[in-house]
Design a protein around this ligand. Structure first.
Ligand SMILES: Cc1cc2nc3c(=O)[nH]c(=O)nc-3n(C[C@H](O)[C@H](O)[C@H](O)COP(=O)(O)OP(=O)(O)OC[C@H]3O[C@@H](n4cnc5c(N)ncnc54)[C@H](O)[C@@H]3O)c2cc1C
Length: 564
């Protein structure tokens, strides 16, 4: 009889996730834990079964831009894929944004929300992109406006962004990137002309606008007469549709044909007299949009961990089914070793992402200390940049774990591989966030807080091997701190060229310390040795990427990197 392979399957993604389960037991009070577990289990069931199956079937349904109707009327309507339509309703009803603002779980509300997001994301075809921007817009309006005053223009938008009613709920876009640059947004060309009643009309092109189907957006424009650069830009609130349901001076040129995130409608759009309301003043737009970026970067880190976890879950299941050379791959020591390395990276990413989530929740609940606030400023860029790189590396390995099948589209593995590639790019590239981490250290000085945090976590180590892993984390972070002090003094250019290695060293050191702490906790509460194995394995991958003797920048460019 001919041989056919059996595909991998997923079970309940909450019940199957040892790392998430143990983390929630530790991080939540018993009453919050008992209250939210049924919701998480229901989401885990959907994610591992119905949504996952639908995702595989939905593979070829990309969103479509309908520019015109049959009678020549301009439409600029986007038809979403069937999975996205389902995901939109589900996300709203399950409160994937609302949970953070309802605050039923107090300072743990962000943990509650992001545990749901983590389960939902890998089966949603990146529907978490519009959700992240919606959450970011709600937070930004909450920070800058009086959203509880019905007379404030932002009150209606805030209610809709945080609604659980799919008929009333809105999503938001974040229109920053122009042709001139996504990193250097200070170059933006969009012009804002004063209109009546304190509002403005925007003119320009926005070059990457994911969630182009959203009902509103936060965007940047330069009021006429303002200086060049980021400080001359203002942050604007835009409703996409006018009172009659027509477009508010917005036309969509096309949807981008992208490597991944293909279900996300990312448009190039033109603003031609778009009515817009300043969110806060008429300058400092880049600074004023920071609350949004902090939220979307946290979503990015959680979704990176979620994508890694999904890939590893599929690879582990497949290893039990695939027989080569007389035994299942799960019985081949080398394959198991490969999986163990991926698992360790995934656990590290999970703990770093959720450390950012914890701090964010404490800030929003008003229980944060000043030193925690400084720590949060550094942990968000570190979490975003470190987990983004890990996701790309781990999911690449996942693809190889499936051999040739991993390269075949209808297994669903190539989609996962392509989708994670965006995680180090959008919301700030690895280099841009490394420089952001440097800026935080120069301005607010959170390096001492980070060192204290790593030392404190490492102290939890309960046996010799864990102590050594904890010492490794502390030594790497201290080395990075020493390197930056020395290099600032003698070679500022060297600081910039080493920023990525510096930031990744801090990110990975924090991951290792978090792994050590969770391993010690697991040993002390029930004796599960798997987190310890993950911590030791992560330590063996190394966390210190700093070279004390960096080759001079110019000689590296001249000799090692051909530039012409
Ligand atoms: C799928 C997708 C969806 C997107 N959706 C949106 C959206 O909804 N809204 C939105 O506003 N934007 C969106 N973007 C744009 C995204 O945020 C930008 O592409 C990103 O910020 C990078 O900007 P850039 O493309 O201009 O690249 P560049 O800034 O030109 O970067 C090119 C390279 O230069 C490096 N670099 C840049 N500056 C420095 C520096 N100072 N030092 C060292 N290296 C540097 C970068 O790390 C990168 O490797 C989306 C992008 C993608 C791929």
């Amino acid at each position: 009889m001919a041989f056919y392979q059996t595909p991998p399957t997923l079970g309940n993604q909450f019940d199957d996730d040892r790392v998430l389960g143990a983390y929630l037991q530790r991080a939540l009070s018993p009453d919050v834990h008992a209250r939210i577990v049924p919701e998480l289990r229901a989401m885990g069931e959907l994610s591992g079964n119905e949504l996952y199956r639908m995702q595989i079937e939905d593979r070829l349904n990309d969103p479509q831009l309908v520019s015109w109707d049959a009678w020549g009327n301009r439409q600029d309507r986007i038809e979403l894929s069937p999975l996205w339509k389902k995901a939109a309703r589900l996300a709203c009803e399950q409160g994937l944004v609302a949970t953070a603002y309802e605050k039923q779980s107090g300072a743990a509300s962000r943990i509650h929300q992001f545990a749901m997001v983590y389960l939902f994301d890998p089966s949603s075809d990146v529907y978490t992109c519009p959700l992240a921007m919606t959450d970011g817009a709600a937070k930004t309006l909450l920070v800058h406006r009086n959203v509880h005053d019905e007379n404030d223009f932002a009150a209606n938008a805030f209610k809709r962004l945080t609604s659980r009613d799919p008929e009333r709920a809105w999503t938001s876009g974040q229109w920053m990137t122009e042709r001139t640059g996504g990193s250097d947004v200070g170059l933006s060309e969009a012009v804002a002309r004063a209109a009546a009643d304190g509002r403005y009309r925007l003119y320009g092109t926005k070059w990457f606008t994911s969630t182009a189907h959203a009902q509103m957006a936060l965007t940047l424009g330069r009021p006429e007469g303002n200086p060049a650069g980021g400080r001359g830009l203002a942050l604007f609130y835009v409703e996409v549709f006018d009172a009659n349901g027509g477009m508010n001076g917005i036309s969509l040129n096309r949807l981008k044909d992208k490597l991944g995130t293909r279900k996300v409608p990312t448009a190039e759009l033109v603003l031609d007299g778009t009515l817009a309301t300043p969110v806060r003043g008429t300058s400092e737009g880049v600074r004023n949009i920071t609350p949004m970026l902090n939220i979307t970067r946290t979503w990015n880190a959680v979704c990176a961990a979620a994508g890694m976890r999904r890939g590893v879950a599929l690879a582990r299941d497949y290893a039990k089914r695939r027989v080569q050379f007389g035994a299942a791959l799960s019985d081949k020591p080398l394959h198991v070793d490969t999986l163990a390395g991926m698992q360790a990276e995934t656990e590290g990413a999970f703990h770093l992402a959720f450390r950012a989530v914890e701090l964010l929740g404490r800030e929003e609940a008003g229980v944060m200390t000043e030193s925690e606030a400084r720590l949060l400023r550094l942990v968000i860029p570190l979490a975003k940049l470190t987990t983004g790189k890990q996701a790309v590396a781990v999911v690449s390995e996942v693809l190889e774990c499936f051999g040739g099948a991993g390269y075949v589209e209808d297994t669903g593995i190539p989609r996962l591989y392509r989708d994670v590639q965006v995680l180090p790019i959008w919301e700030g590239t690895t280099n841009v966030l490394s420089l952001d981490a440097l800026r935080a250290i120069q301005k607010e000085g959170p390096l001492e807080e980070l060192l204290d945090e790593i030392r404190g976590l490492a102290k939890a180590a309960s046996d010799e091997a864990l102590r050594s892993a904890g010492d490794q984390a502390v030594a790497a972070a201290q080395h990075a701190a020493q390197w930056i002090r020395d290099t600032f003094a003698k070679n500022p250019l060297g600081v910039e060229s080493g920023a990525r290695r510096f930031a990744l060293t801090l990110g990975r050191s924090l991951e290792l310390a978090l792994l050590v702490r969770s391993a010690a906790h697991a040993l002390a509460h029930g004796g599960d040795g798997r987190p310890r194995a993950a911590a030791l394995r992560f330590a063996s991958h190394g966390v210190d990427l700093i070279h004390d003797e960096d080759p001079a920048l110019s000689s590296a460019l001249g000799n090692d990197v051909p530039m012409t």
